[in-house]
Design a protein around this ligand. Sequence first.
Ligand SMILES: N[C@@H](CCC(=O)N[C@@H](CS)C(=O)NCC(=O)O)C(=O)O
Length: 211
Amino acid sequence: MFPILYSFRRCPYAIRARYTLSLLNIKVEIREVVLRNKPEALLALGGRSSVPQMICEQGTHYPESMDIIRWAMSKKQNANIYSEQQENEIAAWLFQTDHRFKVWLDKYKYADRHPAYSQAYYRSQAERFLRRLESKLSKQAFLLGDEMSMADVLVFPFIRQFRGVDNAWFDQSQYLNVRSWLKQIIEDEAFEKVMIKLPPWQEGDEPRYFP
Ligand SMILES: N[C@@H](CCC(=O)N[C@@H](CS)C(=O)NCC(=O)O)C(=O)O
């Protein structure tokens, strides 16, 4: 039996979890969820009903993307290769992404639901994080240095989502280094594997495995 991963293809949190599992080659049973029609088996896990979530054979429940990622990294000793300072940097990028940038990203994406300000205003707020990324990526190829690291994996799905709100705006924006960083990651074969299309899971389906 493999752990069961409830996932949603386009969800940035699920993408970061799948990317990590794929990178570390940790096999799970994958169940594609339709958010407006969540399966009973996911709701029955209790607590939050967001994706991604993972449940192991022994019943251990991993209710958030970072729980899944930490579990995956703990399974592969050589994945824990970061110094204390790098761990701190990863934690800072994670915090900025999940608790600062994401707030503005959602308002930018769903500006019609937040009529207090214009879409351009929400984008300009989100751009504070883009400037931070741009500054870092103008000095080095990836967030921790010249190689891709967990920091990039945690952040890039959200920049991809930001780009998707208005591709044309992003692709001509001043954030040249952020643009090429994102392009490099999403045009790589590793990302293609993570974005494989699956039909929605239904009770009784034959298991599908990932990666
Ligand atoms: N903090 C969670 C957030 C996950 C999340 O918000 N996922 C979204 C999809 S991108 C979701 O499931 N939304 C539907 C819901 O919350 O019911 C994590 O890191 O896994």
